[in-house]
Write a protein that binds this ligand. Sequence first.
Ligand code: HEC
Length: 111
Amino acid sequence: MSRFITAALCAVVVVSAGSVEAMAAYNAAAGKAVYEANCAACHKVSLMGAPKLGDKAAWAPRIAQGEALLVSHSIKGFTGKKGVMAPKGGNAKLTDAQVGNATAYMVQQSK
Ligand code: HEC
């Protein structure tokens, strides 16, 4: 029994360490300019159902999914209950890292 608990605790530690790493991999400060140029059109005013930057209630359940999944949705595109977002917000020229940085910025501003 105690062995099971130890194993379960270890799994929790590994999982949370993984998400900390994912967070650290993206640079929110660098993402601000990417956001302003590519994401603000929808996310500043909640166009087409986009969660608005700084709207904590709209972002909380999304942030709860983990930043890695949000970044993946931003890169690949996402269809949810509110609407549809094209891959990389419609700008295929953006690198995955730029989109990750912009997502990190949006998350940071919306917590
Ligand atoms: C043309 C409008 C539009 C643009 C431009 C746009 N988005 Fe979105 N985005 C949306 C919509 C609409 C949703 C919500 C879809 C839903 O939940 O139904 C969304 C949702 C999201 C989510 C939440 C995904 C989830 O899992 O809940 C993230 C993160 C996101 N966008 C990041 C970005 C980033 C980063 C950019 C810029 C590179 C960007 N978006 C540009 C329309 C847009």
